[in-house]
Unconditional design. Structure first.
Lengths: 436, 660
């Protein structure tokens, strides 16, 4: 209760009193929040979740590994991405050269994107992409290959089903100075499990239309409902308070004015919600509304069937959309990239071997991407030795605990000294070096 | 209790539903609902009689996939028909279960083009025929459904030349459709997933044009090797040809009858009907009911609804997106353009339609787990705003092709002041029963006592005295008590003669007495007498009520201060207090030895079977009146055209409307 009243006090003070010294630096815009400026350790974290189990092996191809080619082509289907060939860039892997860490990997050609931003190929060339392969929750923590269980464990940050909050929710709750504004954004209708907890998190399916609509007197009705939901108590009252404050803030600041729709033109309409997520998040970052964490979902990576080839098919389509969204966001942020870190995760990777229908089944190790102005270009962490073998479990082992990547980002870029609260029971054995 | 039954087992209250419940009583109503074929439903079927794609064969619908608006026409026919049935079907329990199974066996129409065709067949031949049948049949039908086999890739699951079969359907069959993972507990292994996927190789579709449109077992795809799951609990040496297909049939039937499946299915039903985290003992007993009934679904529903946990769960469920849309449309009696390609259909079902905006576009959940059903998944800032938007737009003609008859909704004759207007409008919109006043000479209208008396008289539980007197303070006689309970139970017939010596042969309550004696509600006094005119004490009346309700157990101690510890009606009183049928007098007393009055008895039965009037709290009332311009604000035509509409939307958006 103490934290709530303190939070509300700071919040009221920040908005109402304007010139009070609660995080106000810009006299022209009294609702801006100083802690969102690019002080060390105060990055905005954008977490993109590729739901369905994205196939790390075809997104980031181990092209020097004969085992990969043996298992990804079985006579019926050949879904392997050939090694880089400058004479056929559209049909071969994009070589990940000039970075630190591991060598011999390449990006799927579709990760160049289609809208002229250069996609992830461009982000790599700009020096703003770090990759951790064979990455995920280790089998000791997440033995399941169920999407729903694996997503739940990743988002809780622990296998313990008694824990009801998410790792990002606990991160926000443990940070000092995130009481005002919109510290957590869940892009979409609901709040992702990773963001659940005590912190103030606002879901927005569309920032421009975030508000009460549909009445003759929207504001009058809003005032009544605001009071009645407040009086109701319980979960509705808490949601009401968060929502109404966020509506006030968004309406006052108009962050939609800060959006740049042009950069996102041409992205496959199927991925419009993802594109909107990045576009609107960029606007909120520029508006300085205290944003610390944003979650965006990218659905439908579960490709048991007909993953497709190098120039068409489901993986190609999705990889193109992923590259277009990240490429646009990278350009969109410009200077602000120095205070933003994007982490791309998925609940697991997929089996090494192509299956009877030209797809792949649920595996274990996947790939995690980290994009931002302060990442170390390279491929970090470990990767299994020798040729990929279709072992007893038929998949890439988890050589790198995803929590190691997240812990490094949280401590170095987001200034969180309480990572043991974020990942209960996890022992951090050192940073992989993905960010500086 | 009836209000709770209406909230949980229908898509929302309507005046017609309230009347039905009041007339039948909730128990008899439920029995009727569990036999949906007995309920004529011509009106809603007439609305969708022009939906030709819904009933056409897959082969006939297939060409639509290449037409410009073909996918829209296919998806809209199913989505709009489903929504219209939820709004207007009299088989509400059936529709609730259709929705539940459509999610349990979720198939998104948007993940693969062919599913726009195949899901129509799945709805028609899998979900609807078995929604209140046996789960084993439903499961088997789903395993044969081209839509499911295409959605989860099994149609191409071919063991020839492949070192790895496609596990997609096998995995979800175990996790989502049958055994389940409850509370993180998984009873099967990865090897079991592969074994199931292998046994089901060959469960495929016949190729007609492009994609299969009917089930076909393809022996050439089938992996005829031996298979075993759950540590040998089910196994086969493996077979080729038709025998290989029969292995799959046996496996599916084994899974349907497995205790873990029973628990999983029971939990799904309990989560929908009772609470996000239903009591484990209820899930266990419902699972037993499932096994006892050879996987029949109706008996499990009946078991859950009759449980004390159900009775004690009012307000425990947050409405999902679909629930709040359907309930709001139903309570205002919205008329929706039934044309599947109408503007109304677009407003509801399109990518930016209200169901999409509320997170629950029909047949569009991409993942096979179906839409979630827990508050944490539905409560969010964006969700809150969209819920408020729904009420506002509904009341302000904000949905093209959706109309509401405000004149019928507004109180008539029109109250002159805002306060009176609000008091008459609110119960109508908040799902309260609008009880026709019986005009008793000895009861002032308006109070809760009048509601229960009016209801009891209207439902035939108590007969008024000459001069239209209810006599609420007169003691209830034993014959009146028996008749009252009998009517509330739905007037059951067929009991043997009562054989009491002091009851006239043609007593009007004799059938009630036959029933009451057979049930053990009354027992003979010395000389095998009944003493029909004697009064009944409050304690024994509660005992009679409890027996009539089937002696429900499992209630916490009643805690009344003035009830002897070993009172013979103690368990009955525990239940009566827990279910809300009785409430304490001052000082937490019950007054067990006092005569039960007609008014008190009517109130107790009303609380169990009636649909209580829902009024605004004083705080709500005064805040809303401030918005309306005060208690005395004049209600004129301008008021009705403007602020009155916002008031309707506002009432539909109240916190309580978010729960069911």
């Amino acid at each position: 209760m103490n934290t709530i009243s303190r939070r509300q006090f700071l919040w009221r003070a920040g908005v109402g009193a304007g010139a009070l010294a609660v995080g106000v630096t810009n006299p022209l815009s009294p609702t801006r929040f100083a802690f969102a400026q690019s002080a060390p350790g105060s990055d905005v974290l954008v977490c993109l979740f590729l739901r369905g189990g994205a196939d790390g092996l075809n997104l980031v191809v181990p092209y020097t590994d004969g085992g990969y080619y043996d298992h990804r082509a079985d006579g019926l289907f050949d879904i392997a991405v050939p090694p880089p060939d400058p004479g056929d860039v559209a049909g071969t892997a994009f070589p990940l050269e000039g970075g630190g860490g591991l060598q011999g990997f390449g990006l799927h050609p579709a990760l160049a994107g289609s809208t002229g931003t250069g996609g992830l190929h461009g982000v790599w060339d700009a020096g703003d992409l770090a990759i951790v392969h064979a990455c995920g929750m280790p089998a000791t923590e997440s033995p399941t290959r169920s999407h729903f269980e694996a997503e739940a464990i990743l988002e809780r940050g622990t296998a313990d089903v008694q824990v009801s909050s998410g790792w990002l929710g606990r991160h926000l709750a443990s940070l000092p100075g995130v009481d005002g504004g919109i510290p957590g954004l869940a892009h979409g209708y609901g709040i992702q499990a990773s963001l659940r907890g005590d912190a103030r998190v606002v879901s927005m399916a569309s920032v421009p239309t975030f508000g009460v609509t549909g009445y003759r007197d929207d504001e009058g009705v809003r005032a009544v409902l605001r009071d009645l939901y407040h009086a109701e108590g319980g979960v509705l009252a808490a949601q009401n308070a968060t929502t109404m404050d966020a509506v006030d803030l968004v309406r006052a600041e108009g962050p939609q004015q800060l959006e740049d729709p042009d950069l996102y033109q041409g992205i496959d309409a199927r991925f419009a919600p993802v594109a909107a997520g990045f576009r609107e998040t960029a606007g909120l970052i520029r508006a300085d509304l205290g944003l610390r964490v944003a979650c965006i979902d990218f659905l439908d990576w579960d490709m048991h069937d007909a993953m497709g080839g190098l120039t068409s098919g489901r993986l190609h389509t999705h990889a193109t959309g992923l590259a277009d969204c990240l490429g646009a966001f990278h350009r969109d942020l410009g200077e602000d990239l120095s205070r933003v870190t994007v982490v791309v995760v998925s609940e697991f990777g997929r089996c090494i071997r192509v299956n009877a229908t030209g797809g792949t089944d649920h595996g274990r190790g996947g790939v995690s991407l980290v994009m931002g102005g302060n990442v170390n270009k390279g491929i970090w962490g470990d990767y299994p030795d020798g040729p990929l073998a279709d072992g007893p479990e038929g998949d890439l082992t988890v050589a790198n605990d995803l929590r190691a990547v997240l812990t490094e980002v949280l401590t170095k870029r987001l200034g969180n000294p309480f990572v043991d609260e974020v990942f209960p029971g996890y022992v951090h054995r050192g940073d992989l070096g993905v960010v500086n | 209790m009836a209000a709770l039954v209406a909230a949980r087992l229908t898509f929302g209250r309507t005046p017609d539903l309230d009347a039905e419940l009041a007339e039948l009583g909730w128990e008899a109503w439920l029995e009727t609902q569990l036999d949906p074929g007995s309920i004529p439903d011509d009106d809603v079927e007439a609305l969708i009689s022009g939906y030709t794609l819904l009933t056409a064969s897959n082969a006939d619908n297939q060409p639509l996939l290449t037409q410009l608006d073909g996918r829209t026409r296919l998806t809209r026919e199913l989505s709009h028909a489903t929504f219209l049935r939820q709004l207007h079907s009299r088989r509400q329990v059936f529709e609730v279960l259709v929705d539940l199974w459509s999610n349990h066996f979720n198939i998104s129409m948007w993940t693969k083009e062919a599913l726009c065709v195949l899901k129509l067949q799945d709805d028609r031949e899998v979900v609807r025929p078995h929604a209140l049948g046996r789960f084993a049949d439903l499961l088997s039908a789903s395993a044969h459904s081209p839509a499911m086999l295409v959605y989860l890739d099994n149609f191409r699951n071919d063991a020839r030349d492949a070192t790895q079969v496609n596990q997609n359907y096998g995995r979800e069959l175990l996790e989502l459709h049958t055994l389940g993972i409850l509370g993180g507990q998984q009873v099967y292994t990865e090897e079991d997933v592969v074994a199931v996927a292998r046994v089901l190789t060959g469960w495929s579709t016949a190729e007609v044009t492009g994609v299969g449109t009917q089930f076909r077992f393809k022996p050439e795809f089938h992996d005829a090797g031996p298979a075993s799951i759950l540590g040998g609990a089910w196994s086969t040496p493996g077979h080729t040809g038709e025998a290989g297909y029969r292995d799959g049939l046996a496996l599916v039937d084994f899974l349907a009858h497995h205790p873990s499946t029973a628990r999983h299915v029971a939990w799904k039903l309990c989560r929908r009907l009772v609470a996000d985290a239903p009591p484990p003992e209820l899930v266990e007993s419902a699972a037993q009911a499932y096994l006892d009934a050879d996987t029949a679904i109706g008996p499990v529903v009946r078991h859950i609804v009759h449980s004390p946990a159900f009775a004690a769960s009012a307000g425990a469920k947050l409405r999902r997106g679909l629930d709040i849309v359907a309930a709001s449309f139903r309570v205002v009696g919205a008329t929706v353009d039934p044309d599947p390609l109408s503007a109304a259909s677009t407003e509801l079902h399109a990518g930016n339609g209200i169901l999409t905006r509320l997170g629950q576009r029909l047949f569009a959940r991409g993942t096979p787990d179906g839409y979630p059903d827990e508050a944490v998944d539905w409560l969010s800032p964006d969700g809150l705003l969209r819920r408020w938007e729904l009420g506002g737009r509904l009341a302000n003609d904000g949905f093209q092709g959706v109309t509401i008859d405000l004149a019928a909704l507004y109180p008539s004759p029109r109250p002159r002041t805002a306060g009176a207007f609000l008091d008459r409008l609110a119960p109508r919109l908040l799902g309260g029963l609008v009880i026709e006043p019986a005009g008793f000479a000895d009861l002032p209208e308006g109070g809760p006592a009048a509601d229960s008396a009016n209801w009891a008289a209207r439902a035939g539980l108590l007969t008024p005295y000459p001069g239209n007197q209810f006599r609420p303070r007169s003691p209830l006689s034993r014959s009146q008590a028996v008749r009252m309970l009998w009517v509330a139970a739905g007037r059951p017939a067929g009991s043997p003669p009562h054989r009491f010596t002091d009851v006239p042969a043609r007593a009007p309550y004799r059938q009630a007495l036959n029933w009451a004696r057979a049930q053990g509600i009354v027992s003979p006094l010395p000389g095998n007498r009944f003493r029909p005119g004697a009064a009944v004490d409050r304690g024994p009346f509660v005992q009679m009520l409890w027996i009539a309700e089937g002696r429900p157990g499992g209630s916490p101690p009643h805690g009344f201060r003035d009830v002897p510890r070993r009172a013979p009606y103690g368990r009955a009183l525990n239940w009566a207090r827990a279910s809300g049928a009785v409430r304490p007098f001052a000082g937490n007393t019950f007054r067990p030895g006092a005569d039960v009055t007609r008014g008190q008895a009517a109130t107790m039965v009303f609380r169990l079977h009636g649909l209580p009037e829902v009024a605004l709290t004083p705080a709500e009332r005064s805040r809303i009146l401030r918005f309306l311009g005060g208690e005395q604000a004049r209600v004129d035509d301008a008021f009705l055209r403007t602020v009155g509409k916002d008031l309707v939307g506002l009432l539909l958006s109240l916190p309580r409307c978010q729960f069911r």
